[in-house]
Design a protein around this ligand. Structure first.
Ligand code: 0O2
Length: 231
């Protein structure tokens, strides 16, 4: 059974309060991603996160999705049945990075994973590939704590490129694009998956080759860094 979420909004406009919670949840998620990105950059010298974007679903899109699910357009139905009012999209360099980021987020104490859809291991019929997680994070407000839902989509640049074009075609033709476009899209999805594979293999070769080059000793490293600072 789906857990019921309720929003306490004594004396406050319920829509404004609900949207405030989702916006706050996105701020928290963005902050988490900023911290991870900085850690990778400063400490691990490798950044698997290409970029991050987030959005709140538009009221028009919320109403359409509720109707599509056979629900009435109300705040109660929206909070309980829609998981992607607040959404964050993380674009990674390579496919293994996606799973690494997903694991890091799942391991954070204040994140509760409600569900996972792995459209990379199991691509959709149209070719869509991406890793989705529905999570809750606590938002501490004046009256207590509200566990707020966020949809996290994690994908590579190639997966994102494909999904953007597919989304554009889907909306432009309202789901009724000519058949050849769907088969072209499916073809492109296969090419994009192949590209991800090849780029990963190439990157692994680069890593293997650079591991063979002896790394400088600490005094040499210091000298190099001081030299760089002086220039
Ligand atoms: P929009 O306009 O992007 O917001 P659930 O949320 O689990 O109850 P849902 O929404 O079917 O049910 O879940 P799913 O499959 O995880 O899809 C959630 C979102 O993923 C979609 O939101 C899209 O953003 C994206 N998505 C899923 N399938 C596709 C696809 O085939 N192509 C593209 N381009 N994006 C996809 P919305 O609300 O459907 O759309």
């Amino acid at each position: 059974m789906q857990e019921e979420y309720s929003v306490q909004a004594d004396g406050v406009d319920e829509w404004t309060y609900t949207m405030f919670l989702y916006t706050s949840a996105l701020k928290k998620m963005n902050m988490k991603m900023e911290i991870l990105k900085e850690e990778f950059k400063q400490i691990h010298k490798y950044n698997p996160i290409e970029h991050v974007s987030s959005r709140i679903k538009t009221p028009e899109s919320i109403v359409k999705k509720l109707h599509r699910h056979g629900k009435e357009a109300s705040i109660h139905e929206m909070v309980n049945y829609l998981n992607d009012i607040a959404g964050i999209r993380i674009i990674c360099s390579f496919t293994p990075d996606i799973y690494q980021i997903a694991k890091m987020l799942s391991n954070q104490d204040d994140i509760t994973v409600l569900s996972v859809k792995d459209y990379i291991a199991h691509p959709k019929e149209n070719g869509y590939r991406s890793y989705h997680m529905i999570v809750t994070i606590p938002i501490y407000v004046a009256t207590g704590t509200v566990q707020t839902k966020v949809e996290i989509q994690i994908r590579t640049i190639a997966m994102d490129f494909w999904a953007s074009l597919e989304h554009k075609i889907h909306y432009k033709f309202e789901g009724n694009a000519p058949e050849y476009m769907y088969s072209e899209l499916k073809n492109c999805a296969e090419i994009a998956a192949k590209l991800d594979e090849k780029m990963l293999a190439l990157n692994n070769t680069i890593l293997e080759e650079s591991a063979k080059i002896p790394s400088p000793s600490i005094p040499e490293k210091l000298e190099q860094e001081i030299g760089q600072l002086a220039n």
